[in-house]
Design a protein around this ligand. Structure first.
Ligand code: UDP
Length: 475
């Protein structure tokens, strides 16, 4: 019998890329494996996903993709939840028959060592249990947030009100305490359907065969210790934890876009540029974009800024659809801004090749939305950050980056939810030229070295991976 591992990412390109990177990593340790990746039809940006999958198939033939047929929600489906995670859990549940069919078919001529899911694919856990296949979680955010999720069922039992109604910060073992308003939105209301999905997945994670996390020991020692010591779960026993990171993609299939960013950086002085980029989805109102522009202008620093189409809704922080063709930067940004800053600033539309940008010697600081991949990419490049969370678990990441890891300075909103130009100016100044910035720069450079050590032969992340793979006995 051949041996296989089946990976099930939730349908977002970032999750797919992380799973593919995990698959490639497993293959470097056990080339005899075949890696099967299940692809649902929903929510992917069809064109770029197809191009990405084609490029992976061409370079890594041991990775096989299985495409599920289209599924739609039943006409009587309705929800009062405002969170897209509700739909994600529901759609993934509808794919359970496809999961069952595909696993059965793969297992006809393979031993399946593990079915590795991401957090949103929890509805499939019941299927794998029935098929007696070991189920692992691949957690694509950090140990600090994992900690919070593992602790969520305890919080749920301990209190009978929603997190949004708590009047004090929440204490979770191994992490700094967090304000209720910084908690990921779907977990703030215990009566929301998305909350139920999170709770269900957290409980299933507590009894999974193992949890693979994209982090490394020296980055989050306290959180990792709390998990391993069972402090976050009621019975004191967590599944084996494999910290195998930082696993970052070497670049994306569409990184050919905006090559002018790199050419422009070539002509800037070393460490002089602050890079502003807010993930694959981050959006702002026109008002907020203008505040950023004015703050950057007044800071006097060089900048490279990725701007995407604005939103009209000040509560919307993540784009739902993307268009780029007709973005007119001249009319969007303050009058004359582009002209006045053209000697020291570059604004690019929608996308820059972030991994390459961060490792360019001209970049000295990074204003980030605190998405976990961005954080790890900054750590690997040794670039200190300004933490400006927008959506998902980024509020948790900000607290940890600023208070625990001390590799970022905070960016704070005013009461009206806007980050003022004064705040942008002040924080960019701190990051790029003041003592506060120097402190986080030293810390992140130390973490860069620790990341390299973790990934080198005999390093903690390599040992963790070797341990995971050694547990998959060949027959
Ligand atoms: N990214 C990029 N260029 C951009 C925006 C994003 O290369 O202009 C990449 C970035 O390098 C990272 C990923 O997209 O690998 C974003 O992942 P992250 O977890 O930081 O945030 P998300 O987009 O999932 O919120």
């Amino acid at each position: 019998m051949k041996e296989a591992v089946v990976l099930y990412p939730s349908p977002a390109i970032g999750h797919l890329i992380s799973m593919v990177e995990l698959g490639k990593l497993l293959l470097t340790y056990r080339p005899s494996l075949s890696i099967h990746i299940l692809i649902t039809n929903q929510a992917y940006d069809a064109g770029s996903t197809t191009a990405y999958i084609t490029s992976v198939s061409a370079t890594a033939p041991s990775i096989v993709f299985h495409f599920f047929p289209a599924t739609t929600l039943p006409p009587d489906f309705s929800t009062t939840s405002p969170h897209h995670e509700t739909l994600a859990f529901e759609l993934l549940r509808l794919h359970n028959p496809n999961v069952h069919h595909t696993l059965t078919s793969i297992s006809k001529n393979h031993i399946i060592h593990g079915f590795i899911i991401d957090f949103f694919c929890a509805p499939a856990v019941d299927i794998v249990h029935k098929l007696k296949i070991p189920c692992y979680y691949f957690f694509t955010s950090g140990a600090c947030f994992l900690n919070f999720l593992l602790y969520t069922p305890t919080l749920h039992d301990k209190f009978d009100k929603s997190i949004k109604d708590f009047d004090a910060p929440i204490d979770v073992p191994g992490t700094p305490s967090i304000l209720p308003s910084d908690v990921i939105k779907p977990l703030q209301d215990r009566y929301d359907e998305a909350y139920k999905g999170f709770l269900d997945s957290s409980l299933k994670m507590q009894t999974s065969t193992g949890i693979i996390v994209n982090t490394f020991e020296k980055l989050e020692p306290r959180a990792i210790r709390a998990i391993v010591d069972g402090e976050c779960v009621p019975n004191g026993s967590t599944p084996p934890l494999y910290c195998i990171g930082p696993l970052t993609s070497s670049g994306r299939h569409d990184d050919g876009r905006s090559p002018e960013s790199l050419t422009w950086l070539d002509s800037q002085p070393r460490g002089s540029v602050v890079f502003l980029c807010f993930g694959s989805l981050g959006v702002f109102t026109v008002e907020q974009l203008k505040e950023i522009a004015l703050g950057l202008e007044r800071s006097g620093h060089r900048f490279l800024w990725v701007v995407r189409d604005p939103t009209n809704d000040k509560n919307q922080k993540a784009a739902t659809a993307s268009t780029v063709a007709d973005l007119d930067l001249g009319s969007l940004l303050p009058e004359g801004f582009l002209e006045r800053t053209k000697e020291r600033g570059l604004v690019v539309k929608k996308w820059a090749p972030q991994v390459a940008v961060l490792s360019h010697p001209s970049v000295g600081g990074f204003v980030t939305h605190c998405g976990w991949n961005s954080v790890l990419e900054a750590v690997r490049a040794g670039v200190p950050m300004l933490a400006w969370p927008l959506y998902a678990e980024q509020g948790h990441n900000k607290v940890v980056l600023v208070q625990e890891m001390k590799i970022a300075l905070p960016v704070d909103e005013s009461e009206d939810g806007l980050v003022s130009s004064e705040e942008v100016e002040k924080r960019v100044g701190e990051l790029m030229e003041r003592e506060e910035g120097e402190t986080v720069r030293e810390r992140v450079l130390a973490m860069k070295e620790e990341a390299e050590a973790a990934l080198s032969p005999g390093g903690s992340s390599r040992l963790a991976l070797a341990k995971l793979i050694a547990s998959w006995k060949r027959e």
